[in-house]
Design a protein around this ligand. Structure first.
Ligand code: BLA
Length: 516
């Protein structure tokens, strides 16, 4: 479809990707008014598929072009379908000689401004297998996923299982950051194809409206990026374009097609991984030749992604609890041995390595009685003193987490490479003494793994739409930032603050009143 001259690399989050007015040609689409089941929209390839004249569709009752029995089945499938649900039917004989897998959903009248709801029926030529075999496959995949122990093998197994199910050349697990950027955390691919593992991409590669849509409609496939999209009629300006948000055949953004072409990818699929209804990540799949996955298998892939997300949530909860428990044990040992020591802040200095062990950090510094002690990757002593003066000015009485020191404290940009993020633990009240955990700049701590395919030809938008350029763009956008401090890490640091305050107060002569 022609996306018009207004969409380019600078504003692609404004492209209305649900209103492009076309489907991909691996199936055809019919839309009917839910009150009288007269056809309101049809893709331009529908008439030929059904063996009727092109003008025999719009305005006609659906039962004039589709046999009674499949129609009855479809009506049955739609019972209880609402909101963003999609009903599925497999191997229906729409007319003699035309066996299709069907996806059907309802667009509420309220969202279109029409008088009746719209029923959208999408038909793909059956690939010969229903959904029962695929359900069995998903069950085995889930069993293998459950047998993995650490998170890395959990992700890798998921990628491998997804690849076995769908037959794609490359399957990646792509995890989003809070800012919409993302990272390839696992990959299943044949050696020699190059690897994207560990690479990060900026939020713009999967623009905001696409991420929002992918939380509602969890699977999209492009069996052949070179297949010409088929318009859905009537479209604008004849009528409102049909909202294809929940469609399975929706044709995709031309910018994204160019991205795939630049990568040398011919077919693509992605399956959303949701967490509390929000997009956590995607299974991203590539093939270097046209590749279609049967509807039943795609359904199994959706199910697998759902179970993956539930299992992941369990694991992450357990991992977080283990992180906290480990920190508590270390913390307890630390505080016990400090309590036996006679001096005040000197014992904090002496135990600096133990404290650095509590949290994932790259460096640690302590400021006590106007003196600095630094270990690992930190600002140098002068820069640390200046930073402490800045922190002093904020009069904090709880831990404070920053992933980009330079954003609110410009001199911090000078040492961002070593220490871009900090977690400040005030050690006294009013705070004059501080323990500071540091983290290095994220863009420096990741690097290219392998050698992703270099494109032979580039589209009109050039090499920005290639993984390498994209990765570089991400590096620019995250300059000066560390990995974020997790809520569990802030909790651990806060517990440390409370304990240290107690130890230090016990060791000093402060009165009960001064402790508050
Ligand atoms: C969509 N971009 C996507 C999708 C992915 C990516 C997975 C989902 C569609 C699909 O399943 O193919 C991005 N794919 C990646 C990344 C990797 C990968 C990061 O394999 C890493 C290895 N894309 C750009 C830029 C723009 C852009 C610069 O790179 C716009 C300026 C747009 N990407 C874009 C749009 C979509 C998209 C508009 C939505 C496509 C649609 O669903 O219609």
């Amino acid at each position: 479809a022609d996306n018009g001259p207004t969409v380019d690399l600078t504003n692609c989050d404004r492209e209305p990707i649900h209103l492009l007015g076309a489907v991909q040609p691996f199936g055809f689409l019919l839309a009917v008014a839910a009150d009288d089941w007269h056809i309101t929209h049809a893709s331009a390839n529908a008439a030929a598929a059904l063996g009727v004249a092109p003008d025999a569709l719009i305005g006609r009752p659906l039962d004039a072009v589709v046999a009674q029995e499949p129609l009855h089945t479809i009506r049955g499938l739609l019972q209880g379908v609402s909101g963003d649900m999609v009903a599925r039917g497999f191997a229906l004989d729409l007319v003699p000689g035309l066996r299709c897998d069907i996806a059907a959903h309802v667009i509420a009248a309220a969202t279109t401004g029409g008088t009746a709801d719209t029923v959208v029926i999408e038909c793909e030529w059956t690939a010969g297998e229903g959904d029962t075999a695929a359900a069995g496959l998903a069950r085995d995949m889930i069993a293998r996923l459950q047998r993995t122990d650490d998170q890395k093998s959990f992700f890798r197994t998921a990628a491998r299982e997804m690849r076995a199910l769908t037959g794609f050349d490359r399957v990646m697990v792509y995890r989003f950051d809070e800012d919409g950027s993302g990272e390839v955390v696992a990959e299943a691919v044949d050696p020699g194809r190059g690897s994207f593992l560990g690479l990060h991409y900026p939020a713009s590669d999967i623009p905001r409206q696409a991420r929002v849509l992918y939380a509602r409609n969890v699977l999209r496939i492009i069996p052949d990026i070179e297949a010409a999209p088929v318009p859905v009629v009537p479209g604008e300006p004849d009528g409102a374009p049909l909202d294809l948000s929940m469609s399975v055949l929706r044709s995709v953004s031309a910018i994204h097609i160019e991205y795939l072409r630049n990568m040398g990818v011919r077919a693509s699929m992605s399956v959303s991984i949701l967490r509390d209804d929000r997009l956590w990540g995607l299974f991203a799949c590539h093939h270097y030749a046209p590749h279609r996955v049967a509807f039943g298998r795609r359904t199994a892939a959706e199910l697998f992604a759902q179970v993956f997300s539930l299992l992941l949530e369990n694991r992450e909860r357990a991992a977080e609890a283990a992180y906290e428990a480990r920190a508590q044990a270390l913390h307890h040992r630390l505080v016990t041995s400090m309590a036996r020591e006679a001096t005040r802040f000197e014992s904090v200095v002496a135990h600096l390595d133990d404290m650095a062990d509590l949290l994932a950090c790259d460096g640690i510094g302590v400021w006590t009685n106007g003196r600095a002690t630094l270990k690992g990757l930190t600002p140098d002593a002068d820069a640390f003193a200046a930073l402490v003066a800045h922190i002093d000015g904020q009069a904090i009485d709880k831990v404070q987490a920053r992933k980009d020191i330079g954003a609110e404290y410009p001199p911090g940009r000078a040492f961002a490479e070593r220490a871009a993020g900090m977690l400040v633990v005030p050690l006294s009240r009013p705070a004059r003494d501080y323990l500071v955990f540091f983290r290095r700049e994220m863009a420096r701590s990741v690097s290219w793994a392998g050698d992703p395919t270099v494109p032979k030809f580039l589209g009109p938008n050039g090499d920005r739409l290639t993984p390498r350029k994209s990765f570089e763009t991400w590096k620019q956008t995250v300059t000066g930032q560390s990995l974020p401090w997790l809520p569990v890490e802030c909790r651990i640091a806060e517990q440390l603050r409370v304990s240290l305050l107690e130890v230090i107060l016990q060791l000093s002569d402060l009165t009960e009143e001064e402790r508050r």
